[in-house]
Design a protein around this ligand. Structure first.
Ligand code: MSP
Length: 470
């Protein structure tokens, strides 16, 4: 049994979960369930990123204590993850006392690569980072992601000497020792790596109070990304504990917008600590609403709870795992969602289960217990993190079974009293459905459990179809 550690980005708690946040979790959970299916032992981290000015300012605006604000919002994310049926094993909050303490120890271990200097530059409080002069010019002085003008900041900062690690990171990326997916992002990251200056990793307390204090310097607080990235190993107990059982991570799931932090600063930190680099960085695309970036000001933010409450969790997972391409940006519209629900979940899978269970019950057909394994083609796609393509493959099989029922016409066999042929036909179809059902487990765990139950022992068709048409 191989041990595999997988991680998800920890969302900022300055707002409530939206459907975009679901992507990390759906992908990582699918991978975790797939690994368990093929026999691995999985550790699966999730958590919340709770420091930084954005969060502090938001709590102030609302007139609540920042501690209370982060407690309430972290809980909303935790509830959301539970609702998504995410099989995580560890949940970390960056305000956990143990995380803060371990972060300070990490800082101390990195001291050989840290220096202090004055810095003047353009800063975006939305991104919580300084931008280069080139970026400032290209974006005409305004952050394209936050629509806010960059602010000029001059301050004393601690820096992490990225230059100490550039060669090693470049090598690891080129050799796929730290595999970046999708492949086309590699080039982009290599370019950013070349251009990357040393990174400022602290803020004066006068600028930022809500963060982990820099050990040995009361006037400085850690930059939120240093604190946030550390979560992936503090959750394992590093540096107090030996983490080699789980680290390096088998896969780290992040959105494409934060790949740069994970492919440059994070490896530099790991190398500085003498730790190996993660095996794979999976960077997924963004969810757009009606072709546009979701934003509160446009008013097109889709509430995931609304989707789940209306159609159920597996319908939600179905859309996000099949119709949201694993790597490209994808659109969410209610129309597309409802089409997928009615035409695919209800018509293809729901109908298949209902037809087979009804025919089997009526004709007293039982199924022998069997051992089912996933196909090589499916395995190949899942191992390559091509989840939406693997799900397409599964769906072709579901549709193929529906076609087979139409062709083999078991109802006609029943009518003609061809009992033996009928048993063979239905038995074969059900066996093949149960085979596909195993491949459904990582995507739609509840549905696949339900299908296994329906066809175990005495078969009874569900009183309400799996996905009632809406
Ligand atoms: N706090 C940082 C991550 C620190 S990881 C050490 C952060 N938080 S976030 O809340 O902005 O984003 C959390 C995750 O959700 C990221 O992987 C991000 O890419 C993802 N998404 C946020 N909006 C998204 C969409 N609209 N679509 C898809 N994913 C998106 O970044």
């Amino acid at each position: 049994m191989a041990k595999k550690y997988i991680t998800t980005a920890i969302p900022y708690v300055n707002g409530v979960p939206h459907i975009g946040h679901a992507v990390d979790y759906c992908l990582a959970d699918t991978y975790a369930r797939y690994l368990r299916l093929v026999g691995d032992d999985v550790k699966f981290q999730a958590g919340t990123d709770e420091h930084g000015n954005k969060i502090f300012q938001k709590a102030n605006e609302l007139g609540v204590l920042v501690e209370e604000y982060v407690d309430a919002n972290s809980k909303k994310f935790k509830d959301f993850i539970a609702k998504l049926n995410v099989s995580y094993t560890d949940f970390i909050r960056t305000t956990d006392a143990s995380h803060e303490e371990l972060c300070q120890k990490i800082w101390q271990k990195l001291l050989g690569h840290i220096y202090s200097a004055k810095y003047e530059g353009w800063y975006c409080t939305g991104c919580e980072r300084f931008v280069t002069d080139k970026e400032y010019e290209e974006n005409h002085g305004t952050c394209p992601d936050h629509q806010k003008p960059y602010e000029k900041l001059e301050e004393e900062n601690y820096y992490l000497r990225i230059s100490d690690f550039k060669n090693r990171i470049r090598e690891a990326i080129l050799a796929d020792e730290m595999l970046i997916l999708p492949e086309f992002r590699k080039k982009e990251i290599l370019k950013l790596l070349e251009e990357s200056p040393d990174v400022s990793i602290s803020r004066p307390k006068t600028q930022l109070t809500w963060g982990v204090p820099v050990p040995g310097d009361d006037s400085q607080v850690m930059y939120v990304w240093i604190d946030a990235l550390s979560n992936y190993i503090t959750v394992l107990g590093y540096p107090d504990q030996n983490i080699s059982e789980w680290w390096p991570a088998a896969a780290q799931f992040v959105g494409k917008d934060i790949l740069r932090f994970h492919a440059i600063i994070w490896p530099a930190m790991l190398l500085g600590l003498g730790l190996p680099l993660p095996k794979v960085l999976v960077s997924h695309g963004m969810i757009l609403a009606n072709g546009q970036k979701m934003s509160k000001s446009i008013g097109n933010v889709v509430d995931p709870m609304e989707v789940i409450d209306k159609h159920g969790i597996d319908a939600f997972r179905y859309y996000f795992l099949r119709h949201v391409d694993t790597f490209a940006d994808s659109d969410f519209t209610w129309e597309k969602f409802e089409d997928a629900y009615n035409n695919e979940l209800a018509n293809d899978l729901g109908n298949l289960v209902q037809r087979l269970a009804t025919l089997a019950a009526k004709n007293n057909v039982g199924v022998e217990e069997g051992e089912f394994a996933v196909s090589d083609e499916y395995k190949k796609l899942m191992d390559a993190f091509e989840f939406s393509r693997a799900f397409d493959l599964v769906w072709e099989k579901v549709q193929g079974l529906n076609r087979r029922i139409d062709e083999e016409k078991p109802w006609a066999l029943a009518k003609n009293g061809e009992t033996e042929k009928l048993q063979k036909c239905l038995g074969g179809l059900i066996k093949d459905l149960l085979q596909v059902n195993v491949e459904i487990i990582p995507f739609l765990p509840k549905t696949s459990e339900r299908i296994a139950e329906i066809f175990a022992g005495k078969i009874e068709p569900p009183k309400i179809p799996l996905f009632p048409k809406q």
